[in-house]
Design a protein around this ligand. Structure first.
Ligand code: AMP
Length: 309
């Protein structure tokens, strides 16, 4: 079935209810994106298509999460290519609302606040970013609620159970802090949705795919590889129960002159609090997450890798 583009909440409600009825659907998946899609987004969409009867992808560049108007203006917009990519994955509906549709009264008075988890790491260099991101994710999760269909058969039943279709939303591990915050929001505020995490998709040489990679020169792209190399080194040390020796991995990144390191640390995967002991000269035990952020030329890049031993 061809992918259908809708731009208003009313159209989305009508189209998703119709599709759920047509397909006798028992589940709906939502894939929130900002467009400029690549294979990472495609993986999210494919996972959603595999797991749900009806899949909605949203494309919305959210002004609320950009501190810098220039960055917002520069964000790539490639709607035609995005639609083709989503159609190829089997997405049923693309919801691409205008800013006025999402924020009809201008900036919202009442917002979601990310709390202390939103102030560290990315939040430290992008004040207010996660409040803006969570506010729009909250809205998108509400837009995407399935409205009708047959009783759910999956493990997750939205709302109070009974006749409502299952509802799942898909987020990339690439944005680990956003994923942790979305999980906390859904748990803390009882959103009727299951959050599904999708592993990071990388290019063959290891660079995590990102819509911002297109702004890297060939030389900067080459230099940026040190981020994933340093993360992989830590993952290998963790698996081998060796000391992580974060300092030597940091030095490796800092030796690359085109890379300005912002942070590189090992944290608890849920709270994102540093795992101080585990970072140093003792053999790694347990679970962790290595987080890195750096400016490469004009582009700020983030990446992370799970650690397990
Ligand atoms: P964005 O359009 O950048 O806001 O990203 C939309 C969704 O795609 C988010 O849940 C991201 O975490 C996810 N995503 C972005 N890059 C990747 C990647 N390389 N691999 C997997 N998921 C990704």
């Amino acid at each position: 079935m061809a992918t259908q583009l809708v731009t208003t909440a009313a159209e989305l409600r009508e189209a998703s209810a119709r599709l759920l009825a047509q397909k006798a659907g028992r589940s709906q998946g939502l894939v929130p994106t900002m467009g400029a899609l690549h294979e990472g987004h495609a993986r999210l969409a494919r996972t959603a298509v595999e797991q749900n009867d009806v899949v909605v992808a949203s494309i919305f560049v959210n002004p609320l999460q950009f501190g810098d108007a220039v960055d917002l203006d520069r964000y790539p917009r490639t709607l035609d290519a995005d639609l083709a990519l989503l159609e190829e994955q089997g997405v049923d509906l693309v919801f691409a609302p205008s800013v006025e549709e999402v924020y009809p009264g201008g900036e919202p008075l009442v917002r979601v606040t990310a709390g202390s988890l939103g102030e560290k790491w990315e939040g430290a260099s992008r004040p207010g970013h996660f409040d803006g991101a969570l506010t729009v994710v909250a809205k998108l999760l509400h837009y995407g609620i399935p409205r009708s269909g047959l009783p759910a058969t999956g493990a997750f039943v939205s709302g109070g159970g009974g006749g409502l279709p299952a509802y799942r939303a898909y987020f990339g591990q690439k944005d680990a802090q956003q994923l942790a915050l979305v999980r906390r929001m859904v748990a803390d505020l009882n959103f009727p949705v299951e959050i599904v995490a999708v592993p990071t998709v990388r290019s063959e040489d290891g660079l995590a795919l990102s819509s911002r990679n297109r702004f890297l020169s060939a030389e900067e792209r080459e230099a940026a590889l040190v981020l994933s190399q340093a993360l992989r080194l830590l993952a290998e040390r963790a698996t081998a129960h060796q000391p992580l020796d974060l300092e030597s991995a940091r030095a490796m990144v800092e030796s690359q002159s085109l890379v300005g390191l912002d942070y590189f640390d090992v944290v608890d995967p849920l709270t994102l609090e540093p795992l101080a002991e585990n970072c140093r000269k003792v053999p790694f035990r347990g679970e962790g997450l290595a987080l890195i952020a750096a400016k490469v030329g004009p582009v700020r890049l983030i990446d992370n890798v799970p650690l397990s031993s």
